[in-house]
Design a protein around this ligand. Structure first.
Ligand SMILES: [Zn+2]
Length: 310
């Protein structure tokens, strides 16, 4: 049931016109201390990381606008500071990670993100895996946009830590950042690493399966073994989980690459169930067929049809 809810809500802004709106009044914010002064907040949408200290609060991603008050209250409840959130880092542009930008910015926070996050929030437009997963992103008003953007990386010096956002090209989208908390030994992977099975890759917004695998491998290679990993969605993880995820991405990509070289069609790949050995990764949101489409479209550069809206 929880998984089903995730599937429906993950792209809530995109599918709001078609799906029943989740009841945000029933959502509770669960706060988990990860390390030192770093916390993970779970409500509805992407996981939030928070650095909470005397300098103020910086959060990574902000879920949905109707949850902003609850998120702020949960942070205040920690009893460290009464100050409002000072900085928000967006890992990418999707609405389940940036939906709270307006209330947080109106509350005095400065939003920071990769250049392409700002571009895609402004433009809106269709998204998806180029196949059966189709999303629609509404153009966002000025109040939702990052004030500070960067091309490669940015560092926020707060609470005695050099919190670093590093861009990884063409992974889940074309605007992904991984956020490092080096003193606390914590990393927030955004949706380049998720725990709901085969990942959604927004091929229509510049995502590629190889970029996602590379991001996971590079992060895993440079971090100490005991680092705590906050995934874009799902439970707190470790580097072995990240490596297993990257391995699955590489292996499934190789199988589809081989089938492509043998001139198999997308339908043939589905019919032959060529991802059967990775069946345990098939989820309610992205099942095996949807992931075959994703990798196929990623490798062939197929962006799917433009979906008319409104
Ligand atoms: Zn996403």
């Amino acid at each position: 049931m929880r998984k089903l809810l995730l599937a429906v809500c993950l792209f809530f802004p995109a599918v709001a016109f078609a799906q029943q709106q989740p009841d945000f009044s029933k959502v509770e914010i669960k706060v988990t201390k990860i390390s030192g002064n770093i916390y993970m907040l779970e409500g509805q949408g992407g996981n939030i990381a928070a650095s909470v200290g005397q300098d103020g609060i910086v959060i990574v991603d902000d879920e949905f606008a109707p949850l902003a008050e609850k998120i702020q209250a949960a942070l205040k409840n920690l009893g460290v500071t009464d100050k409002p959130v000072r900085f928000v880092l967006n890992t990418h542009f999707h609405g389940d990670h940036t939906g709270g930008n307006i209330p947080f910015q109106n509350g005095g926070a400065t939003i920071i993100a990769h250049d392409n996050v700002r571009k895609r929030l402004i433009s809106g437009g269709p998204g998806g895996n180029g196949g059966s997963i189709q999303t629609q992103n509404q153009p966002q008003p000025k109040e939702a946009l990052p004030i500070i953007t960067f091309e490669r990386d940015v560092t926020v010096h707060l609470n005695g830590e050099d919190i670093r956002a590093l861009h990884f090209p063409a992974g889940h989208t074309d605007g992904d950042s991984v956020i490092f908390f080096p003193k606390n030994n914590v990393v927030h992977m955004g949706d380049d690493f998720v725990r709901y099975g085969f990942p959604f890759i927004d091929v229509m917004n510049g995502g590629t399966v190889e970029g996602m695998a590379e991001a996971c491998e590079k992060v895993a290679a440079q971090l100490p073994a005991e680092v705590k990993v906050i995934p874009g969605h799902g439970a707190i993880s470790n580097l072995d989980d990240v490596r297993a995820f990257a391995k699955m991405l590489r292996e499934t990509t190789a199988v589809i690459q081989k089938a492509l070289a043998e001139h198999q069609t997308l339908d043939q790949m589905k019919k032959e169930k060529i991802l059967e050995p990775w069946q345990k990764w098939s989820g309610t949101f992205v099942n095996s067929d949807a992931f075959i489409e994703t990798v196929y479209n990623s490798l062939t550069g197929t962006k799917g049809k433009f979906i008319r809206h409104n």
